[in-house]
Design a protein around this ligand. Structure first.
Ligand code: 26Q
Length: 809
């Protein structure tokens, strides 16, 4: 079958049927004619993996020959999602394999459905890391991701009696096909013990003694890029007890103890922490972070030395990026390796460390800034702690010179203070570049939480607005729209997302607008079928699909959305024969397991959906759906079906958001506050093509200064909604939630100013309904959103990192 001219170049000389038969014979001793679907799935994955392995070998050799600078992206999370379809698409082999399988009686879409999500992340931060791997690879940058091979990724969510329950996600059962172990490259990582110092022929030596060792075994996952000769690797570390330890205990006859130790060591890579809000300072989390950092840095240094026989040129040839503070131990660990293991003096080691490391911040919420208790830190990482102390000593010496006697400022900037090690300050003290993830967020870093550091080294601070791998989030998840765009504006947009602007001249073309609406309608039908299947609720594809999908957090204000839904419900009840634009509100969100308030909000959404969906008065005018187990592969089905994208966080709190970009490029129109990257979406589309509401970030600040009294914002209608929560009409009472809005028993009432923004939100929602009456006008807004979304490609973002931060050639 001839490929469209704009599809990625297919790998030369690949015969899908032969390749599959060959792999099936090798692995299962069968051929397509008699293979099961699962065997075909595995053989297909293995074939793709082998193609990528070879690409990676050739690409790696070429980079070594040319002595290209390489980037290492350190992240506790990579939310990879599924790999099979993405890899086939990037390799330009999708159509060919689809046909070859069809000829053998297999439906490739059913085979895709077997591919499990690699859910090695919580949400935005982890997905961003994966989008950047894809983009870097497509642009031929040598980039290696480092993370942990969690046996259990983000939990599976089920709603039981209206309450979120968590279940283990045993993704390796099927997902292991994508991983290749490299047992021989295992690295030793040391925990505990103490620091010993001695003189060795006039040289002062330091080492950690009496420690216990864990072996970190690397597993490679190959990453493809669109239409690219490159293939990169995501290296996932798995914790294992060293063989020698095992055997010693066994030979002492301490059989049970030996196995116990084994299990202890191996828990380190057992499970992803499902929190993305507040931090709890757990010992196991610290061990996970150190396992990642120490193993990765050791392997980076080893490879570097093999290539260059020196470490002094490390900053010229290697960039190491710290994704939020979770891998901040890179700072003291790189110092430790250079000083203790490679004989550098402090000053030279510090110079190399600073010029090699860079750091991205993803949050301004103080409860999410990582700090470790000094005793816990010293107990687990005694040598790393002593290096942190020396970093802190020198930092404070410097700060005393810059800010004499300003002890408040010096304490605020310290790496160790108040019995805690502060990971953000560690990064700020060392990294040569620090970036925020949207213009507004970076401004808040510069003028707010990192103001003092920005004052002494302003040249280190910059913004890189987030981006998305739109070939996954548009081209693969919405093939209808993609094919349509290809024939309308040509396929340039597959290589350069900015070419989506070629759509703009069609904004008044009735035929094009009608076609776009027809495509949206198809995608809504697909989602409606999924909703009926999962929730047993029939929704009308002609209603407005209004969608809020993201982690559940108070600051993201899902509560504002559901309160407004109840407000609409009361309006319909009061006037059942009134003219009302039919609407379907769709939610999906996971809450951290211990975040009770977030779980209560999920319960409220579920309770509201029961009441509303079963009320005959409301019937086809209003539906509410909570889809369980939100994850990458579910997002890929929901997003193409969205009319309205809910981005309603309190201004100043959402660092960027990336779901906002995914929805935009699929033609959803944003209803949102001027927060995070919404500000830049607004810049792109203008007032006419977005529904803005609510306080600006500075107005939020000013209201706090004046004193916020939520009761002043309660109208009779809003009071009636709050009464629904406490009256029992929802099948249960949500006194706690109402309490959190009205009383300041725990600090502040309504800390996210839900009530203050309610009226303006309701106004913006009225605007949505009014505009949607005019289908053409809405379709034009949608078109402009698609056309202007190109700037939010992760290609653009990665290029900025490469040019401004990593200095790649
Ligand atoms: C920290 C310590 C212990 C356990 C867990 C954590 C932890 C884990 C994940 C803390 C935070 C996270 C994730 C944060 C995150 O996803 N932030 C989001 O990052 C996106 C990408 O930049 C932004 O678009 C979002 O605005 C931001 O909320």
């Amino acid at each position: 079958q001839k490929l469209a001219e704009n599809d990625a170049r297919p790998e030369r000389a690949i015969q899908p049927t032969e390749l599959l038969n060959d792999t099936l014979r090798r692995i299962f001793g069968c051929e397509l004619a008699d293979a099961t679907q699962k065997q075909v799935y595995r053989a297909l994955c293995i074939s793709v993996r082998e193609l990528l392995t070879e690409k990676n070998r050739v690409f790696g050799n070429r980079c070594t020959e040319k002595e290209r600078k390489e980037v290492y992206y350190m992240s506790m999370e990579f939310l990879v999602g599924t790999s099979l379809r993405n890899n086939l698409f990037n390799l330009g082999l999708e159509a060919e394999f689809r046909k070859a399988l069809a000829d053998a009686g297999f439906d490739i879409d059913e085979i895709y459905a077997i591919d499990p999500d690699a859910g090695l992340g919580n949400g935005g931060l982890g997905r961003l890391a994966s989008c950047y791997m894809d983009a870097a690879t497509g642009m031929d940058y040598p980039m290696t991701g480092f993370s942990i091979r969690y046996e259990f990724g983000i939990f599976k969510q089920k709603i039981v009696d209206g309450w979120q329950m968590e279940f283990p996600d045993n993704w390796l059962e099927m997902g292991d096909v994508w991983l290749q172990a490299r047992e021989d490259d295992a690295v030793e990582v040391k925990f505990g013990g103490e620091v010993r110092e001695w003189m060795d022929n006039d040289r002062f030596k330091v080492a950690q003694v009496g420690y216990s060792s864990v072996m970190a075994v690397p597993y490679d996952m190959y990453i493809s890029g669109y239409d690219s000769d490159a293939a990169n690797r995501l290296v996932l570390w798995s914790a294992k007890l060293p063989q020698s330890f095992d055997m010693a205990a066994f030979s002492r006859g301490d059989y049970v103890r030996a196995l116990e130790r084994n299990a202890m060591a191996e828990t380190i890579s057992k499970v992803l922490y499902p929190a993305d809000d507040h931090i709890q300072g757990k010992r196991l989390r610290l061990k996970q972070q150190y396992l990642l950092v120490s193993a990765s840095l050791q392997s980076i240094l080893k490879k570097h030395y093999k290539k260059y026989r020196t470490y002094t040129n490390l900053p010229e040839k290697v960039a190491i990026h710290i994704n939020d503070t979770h891998p901040a131990l890179c700072v003291p660990e790189l110092m430790r390796l250079l000083i203790d293991e490679h004989d550098f003096g402090w000053d030279e080691a510090w110079d190399i460390t600073c010029r090699t490391l860079s750091y991205t911040n993803h949050t301004v919420m103080s409860e999410a800034l990582e700090r470790w208790n000094v005793d816990l830190f010293r107990e687990q990482l005694p040598r790393v702690y002593s290096i942190c102390q020396e970093i802190n000593r020198r930092l404070i010496e410097h700060l005393c010179a810059v800010y004499p006697n300003d002890w408040g400022k010096i304490n605020y900037m310290a790496v160790i203070a108040n019995n805690e090690v502060r990971m953000a300050n560690l990064c700020l003290a060392a990294c040569h570049k620090v970036n925020g993830v949207s213009k507004l967020h970076t401004d808040i870093l510069r003028n707010g939480i990192f103001r003092d550091y920005c004052q002494i080294t302003p040249e280190r601070f910059l913004n890189v607005t987030n981006g998305i791998a739109y070939r996954r989030w548009l081209c693969q998840s919405d093939p209808l729209l993609t094919d349509y765009l290809k024939q309308l504006i040509g396929g340039d947009f597959l290589r350069d997302a900015r070419a989506l602007e070629k759509l703009l001249p069609y904004q008044n073309d009735e035929k094009v607008l009608a076609d776009l609406m027809a495509i949206k309608r198809k995608n809504k039908e697909r989602l409606a079928a999924l909703i009926e299947n999962q929730n047993g609720v029939r929704v009308d594809p002609d209603s407005i699909f209004d969608i809020q999908i993201k982690r559940l957090h108070e600051y993201k204000r899902q509560l504002l959305n559901i309160l407004h839904v109840l407000y609409l419900y009361r309006q319909i009840k009061a006037n059942p024969h009134g003219d009302f634009m039919p609407r379907t509100f769709i939610f999906a969100a996971k809450a951290s397991a211990g975040y009770i308030r977030a779980k209560q909000i999920i319960s409220l959404i579920v309770a509201a959906s029961k009441l509303i969906n079963n009320d005959p008065d409301v019937n086809d005018k209003l539906k509410v759906v909570f889809l369980e187990d939100y994850k990458v592969s579910l997002a890929e089905i929901i997003i193409p079906a969205a009319d309205i994208s809910e981005q309603i966080s309190i201004a100043g709190k959402e660092a960027s958001g990336t779901g906002n970009m995914k929805l935009m490029i699929n033609g959803a129109v944003t209803i949102g506050t001027l927060d995070g990257a919404n500000v830049e979406i607004h810049e792109q589309v203008g007032d006419e093509n977005i529904f803005l509401f609510g306080m600006k970030a500075h107005e939020v600040e000013e209201l706090w200064q004046r004193g916020y009294h939520p009761t002043e914002f309660i109208t009779p209608e809003l009071q009636a909604v709050l009464d629904m929560l406490t009256s029992g009409v929802l099948g249960q009472r949500f006194d706690d939630l109402v309490d959190s809005l009205l009383t300041n028993r725990f600090g502040t009432a309504d800390p996210y100013m839900t009530l203050a923004d309610f009226q303006d939100y309701a106004r913006a929602q009225r605007d949505v309904a009014a505009v949607y009456q005019d289908k053409q006008r809405f379709a034009r807004m949608s078109l402009i959103n698609i056309a202007k979304a190109g700037i939010f490609s992760s290609d653009r973002a990665v290029k900025e990192y490469a040019d401004e931060i990593w200095n790649l050639d």
